[in-house]
Design a protein around this ligand. Structure first.
Ligand SMILES: [Zn+2]
Length: 73
């Protein structure tokens, strides 16, 4: 997949990232999230399916006091 950043000629590669999100006014970090990453500029794209899984995961983990989770589909 070509990078969306103007002027960047990188091509995104599949990898995993630590992704921080704000959920119910809390900052939560998810580790091991699959993403497409540009090796040139660091631009990161999450698949729509991945964002849906993250939302579902956050809902399930909402009662936990933990500030970080490992992504698990
Ligand atoms: Zn790029």
């Amino acid at each position: 997949m070509d990078c969306h950043t103007p002027g960047c000629r990188g091509e995104h590669e599949a990898g995993t990232i630590s992704h921080s999100v704000t959920y119910q006014e809390r900052s939560i970090v998810l580790h091991n999230v699959p993403a497409q990453i540009c090796p040139e500029c660091g631009d990161v794209v999450l698949a729509e399916e991945t964002t849906i899984i993250i939302e579902d995961l956050l809902r399930r983990k909402a009662r936990s006091k933990q500030g970080s989770f490992v992504y698990e589909p």
